[in-house]
Ligand binder design. Structure first.
Ligand SMILES: [Zn+2]
Length: 604
């Protein structure tokens, strides 16, 4: 219990100081950490206090979950760049700045969009809304309405010929019937839905009757995707000879950012994408001119009039990679780089706030159900239904706190801030390492590893001068509660021996030099059956460096119950563990940067 008590007291003393300047008084949670923490000046040495100060800033609600292509993301990258400037790190982005911009856009339909039939106009958001694709959709003015049947149920659906040129109304697949919810052809965000061969490809619009189940917040998100999309010219994200699809990203396949929005299904005729509309049952009845309940596939409705006003807004400032260099001291070796990576983006915010404490407690109970016998199991519906949350003890501590921000403190606030902490430590060294250090905050990791794909295709230093890439994504947790085998000495390492034995050996040797070495977990180098842990090697930014034969090592402390949740907050981070991992990675990077020989690649 020592750590927690010590941390609590330390925090209290910090609080005593801070109260003078910022009167923030919040009770401590079960880890002795507050929900909010006043920042304190950082110092060169790697410390829990510095990491706390940085992470409570970078993962604060004001960062709005740092979604790619959204304003919150710019707040995050601006904080990092300001810190690099304060630390005197050399800018290595575009035109002498710290930023490398990407052609990212926000796509949505303007409220001037209209849909009517028989002189009856449908109300935007209340009765209908549309999901933007990669371009303005086919016009549907003057098209006839037809009832097409149910998504996924090809036995009763109308034929492709009946659908051609029409507005096809579809009922969503019943939950659990395997027919995927949402419209066929799945334009818009990440290629949701989408039968492989879409018999309705010839329709001018698909109108799916599933809006009633959504509240206003979720409806608005349909037209205003939480994340921006890169509008990259073909070949900008992947070298010609490798299929972008091969690299699974956490945020969906690498194509997700660029491809998914293209209606993603085979058989889609060239030209503008099909309009993807979502409607209420009442709206469906208006369009059909008869009650949708009991309608038979093939029933025809009125002729529609209307348009969808597609708006594409370039937002490069909301999706920048951040790049900085600390120059090496050796006249020759300083022209080579040890690269460090983290991703500054996370998944944004929800439109409907919920009680943060009950979510955190529910997630912790779910994780406890999954951690059994040193392995991770999928919790059964019956087990999940058995979870009972007793909020009394928490309520005694603090009132209900409604929350809608996915803070991404661990994912990947922990990696992004560890990079800053290492930069500050190295800037404090009088003699810099021989090779240079290249710090890259690869943006858009959550939408298909987009930023690292862009940086490795448009590197701001010669690509072959990068001798290794050390990627950090989620090193702030790893307690035994969080992952089977977790604990104070837990650290997972992935890919360190895949392209270079030398690198693998440096990882081990530097660990053994630590005051208390970590139990390095290599199990994710091979496939594991743990739910949520598929293909870890392909799911973070190192994969895009490795594809260019740059030896990589990826460090993380495992997924956990708060992964991508509102509850991935700074107050749940294990700071003593996090600080020791940051110190270890600092030492590894310095060792690699001082080696005369770069890590040798495997000779096939
Ligand atoms: Zn991540």
């Amino acid at each position: 219990m020592k750590n927690i008590r010590a941390a609590g007291l330390a925090a209290l003393s910090i609080f005593a100081g801070a109260c003078a300047s910022a009167p923030i008084v919040t009770p401590m949670n079960q880890f002795g950490l507050p929900a909010k923490l006043a920042p304190t000046p950082t110092a060169a040495a790697i410390s829990e206090a510095d990491l706390k100060t940085r992470l409570y800033i970078f993962a604060d609600d004001s960062m709005q979950g740092r979604a790619y292509g959204r304003e919150g993301n710019m707040k995050g990258t601006t904080y990092i760049a300001n810190e690099l400037k304060r630390l005197g790190v050399e800018p290595a982005g575009d035109n002498g700045t710290y930023f490398q911009e990407m052609p990212v856009v926000q796509r949505r339909f303007a409220r001037t969009s209209a849909l009517a039939t028989g002189g009856r106009a449908l109300k935007w958001v209340d009765e209908w809304i549309a999901m933007p694709g990669v371009a303005a959709p086919r016009p549907f003015d003057g098209a006839k309405v037809i009832y097409g049947g149910t998504v996924g149920d090809t036995t009763t659906q109308i034929t492709a010929a009946q659908a051609n040129g029409k507005v096809v109304i579809l009922m969503p697949a019943a939950p659990g019937t395997g027919g995927r919810g949402g419209p066929p052809g799945g334009g818009g965000a990440g290629g949701r839905g989408g039968a492989p061969v879409n018999r309705f490809a010839g329709a001018v619009a698909i109108a799916t009757v599933d809006l009633d189940a959504m509240n206003m917040g979720s409806r608005a998100f349909i037209n205003d995707s939480p994340q921006g999309r890169i509008n990259a010219p073909p070949g900008a994200l992947a070298p010609p000879d490798t299929t972008a699809g091969g690299r699974g990203g956490r945020g969906g396949a690498a194509g997700g950012a660029a491809g998914g929005a293209a209606g993603g299904s085979a058989g889609a005729p060239a030209g503008p994408p099909q309009a993807q509309i979502r409607i209420t049952r009442a709206a469906a009845s208006v369009l059909l001119g008869a009650a949708i309940e009991g309608a038979r596939p093939g029933a025809e409705g009125g002729t529609v009039s209307g348009k969808l006003d597609f708006v594409e807004t370039p937002v490069p400032q909301f999706a920048r990679n951040v790049v900085g260099i600390i120059r090496g001291s050796d006249p020759k070796l300083k022209n080579s780089f040890v690269a460090l990576g983290g991703h500054p983006d996370h998944v944004g915010f929800d439109r409907n706030p919920i009680d943060a404490d009950s979510l955190q407690m529910y997630n912790a109970a779910r994780q406890a159900l999954m951690n059994k016998g040193g392995e991770l199991h999928q919790a059964t519906p019956a087990e999940l239904a058995s979870i009972k949350i007793n909020l009394d003890s928490v309520r005694k501590l603090r009132p209900v706190r409604l929350d809608s921000i996915r803070n991404g403190a661990d994912d990947d606030g922990s990696g992004s801030m560890a990079l800053l902490e290492i930069a500050e430590q190295v800037q404090g060294m009088t003699v810099k390492p021989k090779r240079s250090l290249l710090f890259v905050w690869n943006n858009g990791e959550e939408v298909g590893l987009t930023g690292s794909a862009w940086f490795t295709m448009h590197p701001t230093v010669p690509r072959d001068s990068i001798v290794a890439q050390i990627n950090i994504d989620m090193i702030g947790r790893g307690r035994s509660k969080d992952i089977p085998g977790g604990g104070d000495d837990y650290l997972a390492v992935v890919g360190s021996q895949r392209l270079s034995t030398d690198l693998g050996q440096s990882v081990v040797a530097n660990n053994l030099k630590q005051p208390s070495p970590f139990r390095l977990d290599y199990r994710f180098d091979s496939t594991t059956v743990w739910p949520g842990y598929n293909n870890i090697y392909g799911r973070s930014d190192h994969a895009n460096y490795a594809r260019f034969n740059i030896p990589i090592a990826f460090f993380f402390t495992g997924l956990h119950a708060d992964y991508h949740q509102l509850s991935d907050e700074p107050q749940y981070i294990d700071y003593p563990h996090y600080a020791r991992i940051t110190q270890y990675i600092n030492d590894l990077v310095l060792d690699l940067a001082n080696k005369e020989k770069r890590p040798a690649l495997f000779k096939p």
